[in-house]
Ligand binder design. Sequence first.
Ligand SMILES: Cc1ncc(COP(=O)(O)O)c(C=O)c1O
Length: 399
Amino acid sequence: MSTHELFATRASRMKASEIRELLKLLDQPGIITFAGGIPDPALFPAEGFSAAFQAALSPEQQAQALQYSVSEGYVPLREWLVDHMATNGVDCGLDNILITSGSQQALDYLGKLYLSPGDTALVGWPTYLGALAAFNAYEPRFDRLGINGNRGAAEYAAAAGEGAVKFAYLSPDFANPTGETVDLRGREALLDLADELNCAVIEDGAYQALRYDGDAIPPVLALELARKGSIEDCRTIYCGSFSKTLSPGLRVGWVVAAKPVIAQLVLMKQAADLHSATINQMAIDHVARACFDTHIPMLRRVYSVRRDAMLQALQDHMPDGVQWTKPEGGMFVWVTLPVGTNGAELLARALETVKVAFVPGGAFFPDGSGTNTIRLSFSNSDEDTIREGIRRLGEVLSA
Ligand SMILES: Cc1ncc(COP(=O)(O)O)c(C=O)c1O
């Protein structure tokens, strides 16, 4: 018997991600890609990082930078995050924050912490593919969380069968993949639902800082704090990330939650990787203190122009029957094709005939539905490239 026949049952639920496969195409010459939801590397604060790593490797700091460290994370960075969360209406202390290796690690830990096989995770339909992959390993069932309005708690509980509804996961600002934002009423209604179901809320704030227009809406955690008075009484767990703002390569994210949740996550981190790379946390701390407040407005300016270019190009080149979202921030526009048009087939055609890449939408649905959708990212192409890519896509769709 070969060892792959010995894999645990969860292994059969792990599938190769279409996004990862697609990222391999980025190296091919001449491809216009709207596939990866990645920042433009030209906008990285590279000089800031250069200075930060030099400082971390200086004689004064190198012993700390290169040594083992505590699982909770680098204290100055957690202190910066306490202030950062306060500016978003979240009053918390150092013990409410854990640094993770990207927010992806937090999603994995939270799946591991909450989901026994057969429990229910409420997720958007579609939702972030990486969250589905992270939760899926813990063998849950998925149920559908509406973006602005949901079924009643009793209905969700009944559908959960033998298991329990353990959490609702959402990315309330400029979600991946749709670019949509949950309004204030939707956030309040979600908190009501979570209270009725007695489940946790996992709030993914990956794109929260990248708002281009409209007024900021408080995070779900801030709204719950306003209701309950103390983070220790909150059921919302906030996952943050520096990936979309400073650098994804350094793998630094964070979790904000009540202390018992953080304490349990710390145990999981000790078992998984002891701690996130100290030198990376020091570098992020250095750069965040030096330029977060000027860097974010710059990103907003650049990305909002790209978003506008994509929306205008879609208007100019899409044939009748194609619809798309109008995101107020983030990196994505979500396109719904006429019923019967398959996003995956369109990708194959677009790659072959006009060298344009995007992500077919089906992968973002837990049940594989939504085959007539595609996700376009505008963050990593300049306006001319966006216009040309969308023009070509229109050509394929009209053919
Ligand atoms: C909604 C969302 N959450 C989390 C992540 C993971 O980001 P990271 O692990 O780099 O923080 C991503 C990355 O694309 C994302 O789109």
